[in-house]
Every structure is written in C-alpha cells, then in structure tokens.
Design a protein around this ligand. Structure first.
Ligand SMILES: Nc1ncnc2c1ncn2[C@@H]1O[C@H](COP(=O)(O)OP(=O)(O)OP(=O)(O)O)[C@@H](O)[C@H]1O
Ligand SMILES: [Mg+2]
Length: 286
C-alpha cells in the first residue's frame, strides 16, 4: 500500500458556544493514500466541514493528531505550515462569497502565489502570468477573464475561477466542500466533469464533501459516511453502495432520487460521465 498522504488519529473538535458545547468531531481516525479520491457524506451537522477544515489546517483540533506526508501538522505554528498551504487547496460551496468581488479575476487566481508562506515553498521562479494563463486554460475560461471582475461571470464560471485559484500553486490535494450545490442544476455536470478531468490530468488527491451522494459516487473511489461527528462507515465507494453496513447509510442512499427532475438539490445522473446540459455552454447569468 502506498504511503498515507493524510493520516488522522482520534481527531476531536469541540466548539464552545455561549451556554453550550458542541462536539463537531468525535475521535475520528482516517487515512488517505496519495492519489486517493475520498468522498465524505452525512447529514447536515455531522461534522464534514469541520473535518476538512482541520485537514486543510484552517482550524485546530481540540485533541487528536494529523499527519501530512508523515509530518505531524497538529500543533505546528502558522509560520511552519507553508508546505500545507501550498499543497492543500480548498474550493468552497459558494463562489459568490469565496471570491472577493472587488478584485480582478487575475489577481484572485494568483493570490495564493503571492502569499509569503506559500512563496517560500514554491520554486522562486514561478511566473505568475504564465501560471495564470495555464490555470485559466485548464478550467476552460478565456485568457481575457483575468481583467474582469467576478460579478461579470455566471455561477458555474465563478466556480471555475475558484478552482483555478486552488490550482495556481500546483497543489497535491484538492478539497472541495459542496463544490456544486450552490450552482444552477444545468451547470453542475460541467463543473463536476471539469473536476474529474483535472484530478486525472494533474494526478491530484481529492477530498469531496457533498450532500449529494451521486456527486461523490462519480468523483470518488472511497467513501466515509459521517454522523454526529463520527465516521460510521468507510470503504470503497462501490462496496458502500452495493452493501451499506448501517441503516443510516442505507437511508442516505435511499434518499437519492433516481430520476433527474431538472430542479432542486440532489438531482441524480446515471453512473459514468455526468450528463451535459441540454443547451451547450453556460450563459452569462446562471
Ligand atoms: N464555528 C462553530 N461554532 C460552533 N459550532 C459549530 C461551528 N462549526 C460547526 N459547529 C457545529 O459542529 C457540528 C458539525 O458542523 P459541520 O459544519 O462540520 O457539519 P457539516 O456536516 O459540514 O454540515 P452541513 O452539511 O450542514 O454543512 C454542528 O453541530 C455545527 O453546528
Ligand atoms: Mg458543511
């Protein structure tokens, strides 16, 4: 078996809200090999975002340990997390809130390359203009997108901009937390197909959080099912689908609609490549 890229042991995150304590994550163990594609599913509040934020080093655990490529990151000061900041990139749910509306797209995408921590990890010679052109092409956006502002793009295109930003520092791991659930149904398939292609072309390790089990079924070869801060089931995606071990997982699977309705969350697609929308490329205001 290949060396674990991420390893997590008894990871716990307790939130202290005034008047109450919430156990966001409860003693989670996890291991992900390089090149793995892990889907994380579970009901709302089960701890999915908490887990991936900890993996990305955006939050600190209450207890437990995380190793990235054999280096323990738990407890490392921010100034020593540069390798993680360069190697692990996130794409969030809603590009309207994750992209700064006052910045031009080119500046948004190259922002990670300007971070002092990340810069120290990259070869000194990264040509920002060249990298910008590369990642714009990779996400299928025109070169002149660089000079425009996020509001000039459709939802699907904005998510492509967020993906381009994540790719800019040549990460090893892409973590996507509900990457398509804020998007119009008609463009979800395009963005998911793009992610599939990028992961294959660039040999990325992928972690995807989604409410929509069809999304992880297409993107991921491994599945972790979360409930109340714990991983209650874990295994190869095909095994979990064909023989769920818990009633909870069976219920989650059963909740996936079988028929494409054309509206609302949880629309499903048959296995294989996601269907393309009926009307060609996305328009300017989706
Ligand atoms: N910053 C916070 N302060 C207090 N409680 C929090 C915070 N973040 C998360 N929680 C709580 O921790 C638990 C897990 O939350 P988390 O956001 O990880 O769930 P999730 O599985 O991502 O849910 P969703 O599918 O709705 O995004 C929930 O009970 C949530 O209310
Ligand atoms: Mg979440």
């Amino acid at each position: 078996m290949s060396e674990a890229l991420f390893r997590v042991e008894k990871l716990t995150r307790r939130y202290s809200d005034p008047g109450r304590e919430v156990l966001g994550l409860d003693q989670v163990d996890l291991s992900l090999a390089k090149g793995g594609r892990l889907g994380i599913v579970g009901e709302s509040g089960s701890g999915k975002s908490t887990l991936v934020r900890l993996l990305a080093g955006l939050d600190r655990p209450t207890s437990g340990r995380i190793w990235y490529e054999g280096t323990e990151i738990t407890g490392l000061p921010e100034r020593r997390l540069g390798f993680l900041r360069a190697s692990v990139q996130m794409v969030f749910q809603d590009p309207r809130s994750s992209l700064n509306p006052r910045m031009r797209v080119g500046d948004i995408i190259t922002e990670p390359l300007r971070s002092r921590l990340v810069r120290r990890q990259l070869s000194a010679e990264v040509d920002h203009g060249a990298r910008l052109a590369e990642v714009l092409a990779a996400v299928d956006l025109p070169a002149d997108a660089a000079g425009r502002f996020p509001h000039e793009f459709s939802g699907g295109q904005r998510q492509r901009i967020a993906i381009a930003r994540a790719l800019a520092p040549k990460p090893e791991v892409l973590i996507a937390d509900e990457p398509v659930s804020a998007l119009d149904v008609s463009v979800r398939a395009q963005v998911l197909n793009l992610l599939t292609e990028l992961v294959a072309d660039q040999g990325l390790t992928l972690i995807v959080v989604s409410h929509d089990l069809m999304v992880v079924r297409h993107l991921c070869d491994q599945l972790a099912v979360m409930r109340a801060g714990r991983i209650v089931e874990q295994g190869a995606t095909s095994d979990v689908y064909s023989a769920p071990k818990t009633d909870y997982t069976a219920a989650l699977l059963a909740a996936v609609p079988k028929i494409r309705t054309g509206a609302g969350r949880g629309d499903s697609e048959p296995p294989g490549r996601f269907g393309e929308p009926k009307s060609g490329r996305e328009g300017a205001h989706q």
